[in-house]
Ligand binder design. Structure first.
Ligand SMILES: Nc1ncnc2c1ncn2[C@@H]1O[C@H](COP(=O)(O)OP(=O)(O)OP(=O)(O)O)[C@@H](O)[C@H]1O
Ligand SMILES: [Mg+2]
Length: 473
């Protein structure tokens, strides 16, 4: 498929697209960005919910523990004080035992009758992070009792939050599990939705790249949203317009070349009919004059000399005219076909450049039926051979025209010269541009390259549409 743009611009655009692609790949694409942003937002919301649950749990544990400690304070203030005042050590111990047995308190005392583990460690089923967050700081009351024998007994009454924390954990756990599950579900739904709706974006991007390379009917995805639908419709419309523009350009090019060829044929006809005939008459008249002068002996030598010069000039004119005719109208093309014309083209170069070895392999049956197509192929070969002789310094030039089994028809011209180089002069030529225009007008694929091993190879692959050939295997 020929490119829409001249090669230099198309290469530049390809480069830009490749760079843009690299930039895009080095960052997150839209889908990932959206998914990550929404997941981040969800994490914040869920974090706040978890924080609220923990705060509630902590408040309820703290409230309960503070209430118990207030009660203990009152009890200790009244009953233990009166037992101490009475010197009733048994009463003191009994009261401390009551407090020690209560659910949220524990007592540590000197000379205790039973071992004390105050406060009790947190139950194993409560995660450490939860108990750290929810458990209040340890509250305690200190009291002393002077026994009748003068001993001083100490008691430390501490809040024991283990039970309350366990209770808070059993209330908070289902809530925290629900929050985690809901968060996970919402995130999954969001990610799937984002990927589903933005899935066509990649395909649209690839379609744009293909369109910029000349593929104007790329496969476009079905858009899931009106916005993407609009973009897809716009691309389809753009592709149609570009195709139309390309067809118009092809038509114009073809028309232009047709006019050029018919103009050349007209000039050739004129030159042949008018100038050729005139020169022939001059030649005939000069011959007559020569014969008549033969009879006059006096000025014979001088006149003979002049006449010879005239005849030489006329002959030279005729040669030049023939050369111009060959240039203007491919020699033998209409009379003997493309195969013959290509062979005589290379034969002509062989005669003029004996220092170059020319080779040709031309399949006379592989010629397109259309006369104009034949002229285009001939012109491409003519220009490529001229370039090989003029610019490459080649010692060996080979031309092939034909087809192998199952392959399209191809014109191939290869030289072993210096190869194509980007020089200031090379940008000014018209020959390669003419070759490209003709290839485009034919809808042919043109491949012009200089391999690293040297030389230049031109290949013109003719499309099936212009070929009505009897293919040879
Ligand atoms: N076979 C080749 N080997 C080496 N260089 C080539 C060959 N064919 C073309 N070139 C380079 O490409 C340039 C462009 O070729 P092009 O035929 O367009 O212009 P030109 O031959 O210089 O001029 P014009 O064809 O208009 O008379 C040439 O000047 C030459 O440098
Ligand atoms: Mg040229």
């Amino acid at each position: 498929m020929p490119d829409l743009l001249p090669p230099v611009q198309a290469d530049a655009i390809d480069g830009l697209i490749a760079k843009a692609g690299q930039r895009r790949r080095s960052r997150f694409d839209l889908k990932r960005r959206l998914s990550i942003s929404i997941a981040g937002l969800l994490v914040i919301v869920l974090g706040l919910s978890v924080a609220a649950v923990l705060r509630n749990s902590a408040q309820s544990v703290r409230g309960e523990i503070e209430a118990v400690m207030r009660l203990a304070d009152r009890l200790v203030g009244q009953d233990i004080a009166s037992a101490a005042a009475r010197g009733d050590e048994a009463g003191w111990n009994a009261l401390l035992d009551v407090l020690d047995d209560s659910r949220h308190l524990c007592v540590q005392r000197t000379r205790a009758a039973r071992p004390s583990n105050c406060p009790a460690p947190m139950p194993a089923e409560v995660p450490r992070w939860f108990s750290h967050t929810v458990a209040p700081p340890t509250l305690e009351l200190r009291r002393e009792f002077i026994a009748s024998d003068g001993r001083v007994l100490h008691a430390v009454i501490r809040a024991d939050a283990a039970d309350e924390v366990l209770e808070a954990w059993s209330e908070a756990r289902p809530l925290l599990t629900a929050i985690a599950l809901i968060g996970f579900l919402i995130n999954a739904i969001v990610v799937v939705t984002v990927w589903f709706f933005l899935r066509p974006v990649d395909a649209i991007r690839q379609a744009i790249v293909r369109m910029s390379r000349g593929e104007l009917q790329p496969q476009l995805p079905r858009a899931a949203t009106p916005e993407l639908g609009g973009i897809v419709e716009g691309l389809v419309d753009l592709g149609t317009r570009l195709r139309q523009a390309r067809e118009d350009k092809h038509r114009l090019l073809r028309r232009n070349l047709e006019l050029q060829e018919s103009e050349r044929s007209a000039i050739a006809r004129e030159l042949q009919d008018e100038l050729g005939q005139g020169l022939a008459i001059i030649d005939a008249n000069v011959s007559l004059l020569q014969q008549s002068l033969d009879e006059d002996a006096q000025s014979q030598a001088e006149s003979q000399q002049t006449l010879l010069l005239i005849r030489d000039s006329v002959a030279d004119c005729c040669d030049r005219l023939r050369a111009m005719l060959v240039q203007l109208r491919p020699s033998g093309l209409s009379e003997f076909g493309l195969g013959y014309a290509l062979q005589s083209l290379i034969g002509n170069w062989e005669r003029h450049c004996p220092h170059i070895r020319f080779e040709s392999q031309v399949d006379p049956n592989a010629a397109p039926d259309d006369a104009l197509t034949q002229v285009y192929v001939y012109r491409v070969a003519q220009e490529a051979l001229t370039n090989a002789v003029r610019h490459s310094g080649a010692r060996h030039v080979r031309m092939e025209f034909g087809t192998a089994r199952g392959e399209p028809v191809c014109l191939r011209i290869v030289d072993d010269g210096a190869g194509l180089r980007e020089t200031r002069r090379s940008r000014k030529g018209h020959g390669l541009r003419g070759i490209r225009e003709r290839a485009e007008a034919l809808g042919a694929v043109l491949d012009l390259q200089s391999p690293p091993s040297g030389g230049t190879q031109l290949e013109l692959w003719l499309p099936d549409s212009v070929m009505q050939v009897s293919r040879l295997g």
